[in-house]
Design a protein around this ligand. Sequence first.
Ligand code: FAD
Ligand code: NAI
Length: 469
Amino acid sequence: MADQFDLTIIGSGPGGYVAAIRAAQLGMKVAVVEKWATLGGTCLNIGCIPSKALLHASELFEEASHGFKNLGIDIPTPQLNLRQMMVHKADTVASNVGGVDYLFKKNKITVFRGIGSIPAPGKVLVTPQSGGQTEIVTKNIVIATGSVSASLPGIEIDEKKVVTSTGALNLESVPRRLVVIGAGVIGLELGSVWMRLGAQVTVVEFLDRILPGMDSEVARQFQRMLQKQGMEFKLSSKVAGIDRAEDGSLKLRVEPAKGGEAEVLEAEVALVAIGRKPFTEGLGLELAGVALDERGRVRVDAHYKSSVDGIYAIGDVIVGPMLAHKAEDEGIAVAEILAGQAGHVNYKAIPGVVYTNPEVASVGKTEDELKAEGINYKIGKFPFTANGRAKAMVATQGFVKILADVETDRVLGAHIVGKNAGEMIHELVTLMEFSGAAEDLARTTHAHPTLSEAIREAALSLGDGAIHI
Ligand code: FAD
Ligand code: NAI
């Protein structure tokens, strides 16, 4: 007799594991199928969590190396112990994936190890590495199989010399020269890690700007900040090929994006960070009749239902930003929908954060989008150079930019470059969630001295004027 469940989720990343917990809380008997040895998916194992462990440690290393003297802290020149930094990363990952194990036990969720496939609605087959197969009979199925790194045609990834983010999180030594292909979130975060630890970093980007999708003024200013730190950029350029020299070094042929003469960039390591693609291999979706869109994502309706009744999908494998918190919120929403409740995600208020130094954080519309949509907007801005706490923290780089509707004063988008921007953005996310106006923010008391006062000042500048500038 096959095991019977109310809900079977394939994939235990932020989408899958959160859906499982909420479904169990709502009284469903839940199974999760995961092919990896540990739970937590890309984010916990090879994404958000290990990258933030290295970003944190490398930022402190950089600060201890260059930033302490003026504060009156004299220390000997710090020495890098990369092996220990990697232990910190591994411990952080272990503690987080162990946390998911604990939560699954607490919520009585059954885990099946192996590759999950869907021979028909209501059935999931689990094929473990060790062989054999288990059949699960289930009322509903949620596909939460996530995404994998996109590859560049003709460029072979070995995860040692030519790496994706996975290899870049595991380098055994600091490369003398690192070339990053793609000035997106992964390229700038992991490029920052290795630059702080001593690598000379060049970023090759196809477009004429970094961080496509982010507000272009923010991206321009942020690029200048990274350049000041020593990061080099080759915009409007593409890598046509990588040759490997006998000594193991790499020679990257870099061409103008529009074509033309190639130049050669030498590197010890090349990081391919040109985006991620949805992962549905091995699920047997064709057999089950589940339709994909033109970009290989599972096509879903507003309730996350695929083209087949009883089969749903969430997270990186469907349309929308490939972000852990977006996957998590869809996990909660789909569980609530399956329980007969009104699960919902507000896609207009999903924050995005680049965890560099300074951080870049954003929510809602960019100025470029408002222009393109012909919306009548006003801009409130405030620089951290005029913020007392930022001065005390030697963190005066960056600014807050709030975009509001001219007629209604409603906040349509907000963008922050600065220390702790990723934490500060949430007051704007909450404001937008409640359809708040800039005046609401301007009239809200903010503790002094805090970096968050810059947000209030930006809001004040949309009315009668900021006070401290
Ligand atoms: P995933 O986390 O990709 O999980 C999918 C799971 O499904 C995996 O465990 C996989 O093994 C399993 N699986 C796949 N197919 C099968 C199958 N047939 N059978 C069984 N199991 C299967 N996002 C942020 O919001 N903040 C960040 O700071 C951030 N940093 C990142 C850093 C890096 C280096 C990377 C690569 C990504 C980062 N992301 C970040 C993105 C984030 O990791 C993803 O958006 C998120 O993990 C998506 O969650 P998911 O549940 O959809 O899928
Ligand atoms: P990305 O989409 O953010 O950036 C890819 C960049 O590569 C773009 O700037 C693109 O123009 C460029 N590019 C594409 N093809 C190219 C080529 N042939 N040559 C040169 N440049 C090229 O993708 P990235 O950085 O790989 O990250 C993947 C996803 O992971 C992101 O969409 C993001 O959602 C998620 N992520 C989120 C993080 C966060 O929230 N802090 C951190 C890391 C990843």
